[in-house]
Design a protein around this ligand. Structure first.
Ligand code: MG
Length: 439
């Protein structure tokens, strides 16, 4: 079975992601690091301390010293990896509370690429683990300053802000840094769901519009300039404008992209046509997943990379998506250029529908092959297989791709009118169902 998805290893705790597996991953990564120091951190999930202890044990057994940041955000850990052989973050990001996983980081802030993940997996499968002798076992060191360093880096970069901001941390680890960063910058801050809690009692960790009704209401009721929402581990960020309207990833992507892109921008293949409307000829499309965006940003020397899921990469800062930094950058735009709703008014909106269908994991390849066969008969302009299959028509497109983290086929459809998008979505769902494999 393939252990690694597009974001490292993730799954249900005790079933797919066990302490034994964490121990082995620690030993595999430790073997690859050849006794050099490793930094480790974890998110608020109830299983995170247990799993990070298992990972730490594996690392120590191979002779690596482990520097423990403790409870932290993913971008804090990724930034702290500078100066270490690698960094390990125990998190399942925006997935439900009963899930967990591990994300691995390089010193330049980029997640482990496919080659590195395959190397870890190969060691796990073939038991290519090299344990140290009894007198070379590693030691644990505390690294308590990582959050402070992260906060100082952002404050140094953004300098000051005078806005009223509502920050919804969703009980995730952004609680530890995001409200503090805005206060330090000079903002009037109202924080929501700002107690770290692995049960996520305030809302589910994915910052989708349905999960953010309290944020929308609070921004409106308090007359705030801006609302910010993070996911469970703080690498994502989406926003709410001063009227309490949700601002999704596609619009934010366009807003950042227009300002950042001089030469090249990297986006995933499921990104809205809005981006081509503004930046034709400068857009590089890649597979869905922040690690693929970072890889291409690095390869092309791009100015910016982003995903509509709320992932923003400012390569001059770091190759890791940093939801806290991105939130401060957005606030800076609002302060310098005016209300968020006004900034968004010039960005056209094409109706986009995103959905998914549960698919038996074993059947995934067969279903995709059958689907591609069926699609050959359609009257399309261009077909792309960068990730799943994407068909471009005159004024619409759709993408069907296997999820990188779950047993699902994800479907994205965009059209110039709502009707067009809806019709195309229904057509695609029908085609997928005909290809079989539905649960
Ligand atoms: Mg995340």
């Amino acid at each position: 079975m393939k252990l690694f998805g597009s974001s490292g290893i993730r799954g249900l705790v005790w079933e797919e992601f066990t302490p034994q597996l964490a121990l082995d991953i620690g030993a595999a990564v430790g073997t690859m690091c050849k006794g050099h120091d490793v930094v480790i951190g974890w998110d608020v999930r109830t299983s995170s301390p247990c799993l990070s202890n298992a990972l730490t044990s594996g690392l120590l057994a191979t002779g690596c010293d482990v520097h423990s940041v403790g409870l932290t955000t993913t971008p804090t850990l990724a930034r702290a990896t500078k100066g270490f052989a690698c960094g390990l973050m125990v998190t399942a990001s925006h997935n439900p509370p009963e899930h967990n996983g591990v994300k691995m980081w390089n010193p330049d802030g980029m997640a482990f690429d496919t080659v590195q993940m395959n190397q870890v997996e190969e060691r796990l499968v073939n038991r290519g683990l090299s344990l140290a002798s009894w007198d070379r076992v590693g030691r644990v060191h505390e690294y308590p300053d990582a959050l402070k360093e992260h906060m100082e880096t952002i404050v140094r970069s953004i300098k000051s802000l005078k806005l009223k901001v509502v920050v919804d941390c969703g009980n995730g680890s952004a609680c530890l840094i995001s409200p503090q960063v805005f206060r330090e910058l000079g903002c009037d801050v109202i924080s929501l769901n700002a107690q770290p809690d692995g049960h996520f009692p305030g809302r589910m960790p994915e910052p989708t519009e349905e999960n953010l009704s309290l944020l929308k209401k609070t921004v409106k009721d308090t007359g705030a300039d801006l609302g910010i929402a993070h996911d469970g581990d703080g690498d994502r960020m989406v926003a709410v404008d001063e009227n309490g309207n949700y601002v999704g990833g596609d619009k934010l992507l366009a807003l950042f992209a227009i300002r950042e892109t001089k030469r090249k921008i990297v986006v995933p293949i499921d990104t809205s046509m809005i981006i081509d409307h503004f930046l034709e000829g400068k857009v590089v499309r890649t597979k869905v997943g922040d690690v693929f965006i970072s890889e291409k940003v690095k390869e092309h020397g791009a100015d910016f990379g982003g995903e509509p899921s709320g992932t923003w990469i400012f390569p001059k800062e770091t190759l890791c998506p940093d939801g806290i930094y991105a939130a401060a950058r957005l606030a800076k735009i609002v302060e310098d250029e005016g209300k968020l709703s006004q900034q968004l008014a010039s960005i056209p909106e094409f109706p986009i529908i995103r959905g998914s269908l549960q698919i038996d994991k074993q059947e995934m390849c067969k279903v995709m092959d059958k689907l591609k066969e069926k699609l050959g008969n359609l009257d399309y302009i261009e077909m792309s297989s960068i990730d799943g299959v994407r068909l471009q028509f005159k004024d619409s497109w759709f993408l069907v791709r296997p999820s990188g983290t779950e047993a699902k086929l994800r479907i994205t459809v965009e059209g110039v009118t709502k009707r067009k998008a809806k019709e195309l979505y229904e057509k695609v769902v029908k085609l997928v169902k005909q290809a079989g494999g539905l649960k």
